[in-house]
Design a protein around this ligand. Structure first.
Ligand SMILES: *Cc1c(COP(=O)(O)O)cnc(C)c1O
Length: 455
């Protein structure tokens, strides 16, 4: 074992710590603001929604956060997740590049999301919480939290974005199998849901709306807390088990990435893989190019404004500075439901502003084409979200080929697509379209951004 591996992993090859990027940032990220007072929020402002252990992680600037042993015990069921070299894909593309991928589809729910669902449920249970309420897009997060809730005997209620609820009935079945309840959002169960249904009974929903419904329920019930599957600092923190393992695994392979690629919805699988490598770079280590890949139909990093905005549609959450399409923007109903979010994690937005990462956007048909190429070469069928990362990695490998340069590419295969086969059927049947959002809708949503004086 090298010193790097010994520092990162215990004797069972599991990371000892989550890595906190806040410790190594050259400039701290802007503060989160209270929507009433426009002053930075304190831990007590967040207490109705989250248990204190998670709030303290949210604001921590310590570099290494120990992973509690009971959480590590659960992680061991599927972690460390495998890191593969995609040799057959390299051959198919005839690229001089080396392509590695970290495969997160080996978790019980089939994606990276249980990496944070498990510690979130653990800390809530410790704090005496009885019920967790949340939102889900494609259903990956809802099923991950349902799984974690089952582990700790917590009730779980999930507001699932209406288009995905209709497109992906088996994700709902999975949540119910784990004992959770799942309702289509917007729903009749909340004030914000009822208001939207009154305007438009066939409302397709959005992550922003489902978050409003979940936050409303959590704020009104003492025994209930809210859990978020992406975006927040503590969620990104938990996902760094992915990058910590990948660093050790690349080290064992005697290699180091030149380029790191991941898809971005709220930014958590991207941060999970990239932050430990970025931290090493910021501490004087090797420079890595880091590329975020987002859907062209919901392009927060490439087309959004960097501004203070709400995390939800009804304006119930604190204000965070992020790349946003406007919290009232309703992205078109394309298939990568987990990427249909109007904003981006504040930490990911911040490092984009600092010039530490790049971002590109691709249309969904090109992403499915890449996913099918990958499946035929490597045997794993990626989730529609992960197809964006696959597309990014293939584009990079073909660039290496055109330039006659060998580079080491590492990407995050954030989940498998076994519950998303309808999307593949639509792709094969020629029914998939590259959906454009209306520029006027984006302009309207951006015009409604909350007015915040330079903080
Ligand atoms: C939820 C999800 C995503 C997008 O969320 P991030 O927080 O950006 O990672 C990507 N891939 C899969 C498989 C997902 O389930």
């Amino acid at each position: 074992m090298t010193d790097t591996v010994k520092y990162l992993l215990d004797e069972t090859h599991l990371p000892k710590y989550w890595y906190n990027l806040a410790a190594d940032l050259p400039v701290a990220a802007p503060p989160v603001l209270h929507p009433g007072t426009m002053q930075p929020v304190g831990p007590n402002d967040l207490a109705p929604l989250f248990p204190m252990d998670l709030i303290l992680q949210e604001v921590s600037t310590e570099r290494d956060i120990p992973i509690p042993e009971p959480v590590r015990e659960v992680y061991r069921q599927w972690r460390p997740s495998p890191l593969f070299r995609a040799r057959r894909l390299e051959k198919l593309l005839q690229t001089p590049a080396k392509i590695y991928y970290k495969y997160e589809g080996v978790s019980p729910a089939g994606s990276h999301k249980p990496n944070t669902a498990v510690p979130q449920a653990f800390y809530n249970k410790q704090a005496g919480v009885k019920r967790l309420v949340t939102e889900t897009g494609a259903g990956q997060w809802g099923s991950s939290l349902a799984f974690a809730g089952a582990l700790y005997g917590l009730e779980v209620k999930v507001f699932m974005v209406r288009v995905s609820y209709d497109q992906k009935p088996y994700r709902r079945a999975l949540m119910e199998t784990y004992g959770a309840t799942c309702v289509a959002s917007p729903s009749n169960e909340t004030q914000s849901g009822r208001a939207l249904l009154a305007q438009r009974p066939d409302h397709p929903g959005s992550l922003g709306i489902a978050i409003s419904e979940a936050v409303e329920v959590a704020a009104q019930n003492d025994d209930t807390k809210y859990a978020l599957g992406s975006v927040l600092n503590h969620v990104l923190l938990h996902q760094t088990v992915v990058g910590q393992e990948a660093m050790a695994q690349m080290d064992m392979a005697g290699d180091y990435p030149d380029v790191i690629i991941a898809c971005t919805g709220g930014g958590s699988n991207f941060a999970g893989l990239a932050f430990p490598f970025l931290g090493a770079q910021l501490r004087g280590g090797k420079k890595v190019r880091i590329v975020a890949v987002e859907p062209a139909a919901c392009p927060s990093l490439t087309r959004g404004t960097y501004a203070y905005d709400f995390g939800d549609t009804a304006g119930l959450t604190p204000l965070t500075k992020m790349h946003t399409l406007g919290s009232t923007f309703i992205p078109p109903g394309f298939h990568a439901g987990g990427l249909r979010y109007h904003g981006m994690a504040p930490l990911v937005s911040h490092i984009k502003e600092l010039g530490l990462i790049e971002a590109v956007a691709y249309e969904q048909i090109a992403c499915f084409e890449a996913g099918v190429t990958f499946a035929r070469a490597e045997g794993i069928v990626p989730a529609p979200e992960s197809n964006h990362a696959v597309k990014g990695a293939i584009a990079e490998a073909l660039k290496c080929k055109a330039e006659g340069k060998s580079r080491t590419i590492l990407f995050n295969l954030s989940g498998h697509g076994h519950f998303d086969m309808q999307a593949y059927l639509d792709y094969f049947g020629g029914k998939l379209k590259d959906i454009q959002y209306a520029e006027a809708d984006l302009a309207t949503a951006l015009a409604k951004l909350p007015q915040v004086k330079a903080a």
